[in-house]
Ligand binder design. Sequence first.
Ligand code: 1WB
Ligand code: MN
Length: 345
Amino acid sequence: MPGKFRRIAVEEAFSIAEVAAELQKVSRAPGDSADLPLIRGIYDAQPGYGNLKFLDGLLDIEDRRLKEMDRYGVDMHLLSLTAPGVQMFDADTACELATLANDRLAAVIARHPTRFAGLASFAPQSPRRAVKEMERAVNRLKLNGFIVNSHTNSEYLDDPKYWPILEAAESLERCLYIHPRGASDGLKGPLRDYGMDAAMWGYGVEVGTHAVRMMASGLFDRFPRLKICIGHMGEAVHFWLWRINFMNSRAQSIGRAPKTKLTMAEYFQRNFLITTSGHEDPLALEYSVKKLGASNVMWAIDYPYQPTAPAVAFMDAAPLADADKALLYHKNAERIFHIPAAQGS
Ligand code: 1WB
Ligand code: MN
């Protein structure tokens, strides 16, 4: 079912057996990370956590996934190692598995260069080694950008120890996609009940908090060309920009927030893009495109966590001019993730 537009879906999850095995170990160890309920359901099917049948879909790339893409006219998945990535492992294991996942990803892309592109993983646990892997991923593996799953050991990217990672993304001119994971220790308390810890609410709170921390910290004055992408319809951050702006300027005026060259809204407009992953409300899309411009919104499915057919139907039906729809469906992704334009598109 070929579409009128090339369809590039930009937040599509995969895993590899080695990472899944390590997450199963994490799921069986004691702990109270907000990621554990979901990990127990996906990697271990432990009693009380449901049997979330996502693992086959994460591990398969070239069989069922390609058939599903063909069936619904999805030209390309921009793949990323699924949350929490390697961020729950010790530093050595994390570095090793990020490298392995990136190698596998590059091999899949080499076999299907028109069907897959990919975001590189790295281990924030070791910023120095992370930077080395980021350089290798772009310069040697030709991967298309980077993925990080929000906090690492409850620390956020505004912490100066992570600045080398931001500096690398900026100087390599590759976008850093901040995907959610369970909320950090300081944030998780009231999110534990009623299934709120993951995609229903906790994920958005976690990444929204991360994005606002980054803007309010002033780090975009240091990294003015850094591009950050956030999914799930911008995790609602852009809905709050007016109020974030107003209250941030008050916080600045009483010395509770650092002085910044630009306003929070200006940073969001300059340094962020959003995607529609797992969020199919036409009114939210209309607001997003009006607020941020069609050049800053990209289409995504959130495979395998979300079904493909409604994600395609949602964007096909969106009341946008053709030129704007082309931006959301593929042109922004081509520009931001350095994906070659298809012949004739
Ligand atoms: C789900 C969604 C699970 C996402 C995930 O596990 C991720 C879910 C890492 O729907 O249960 C996601 O990325 O939105
Ligand atoms: Mn997602």
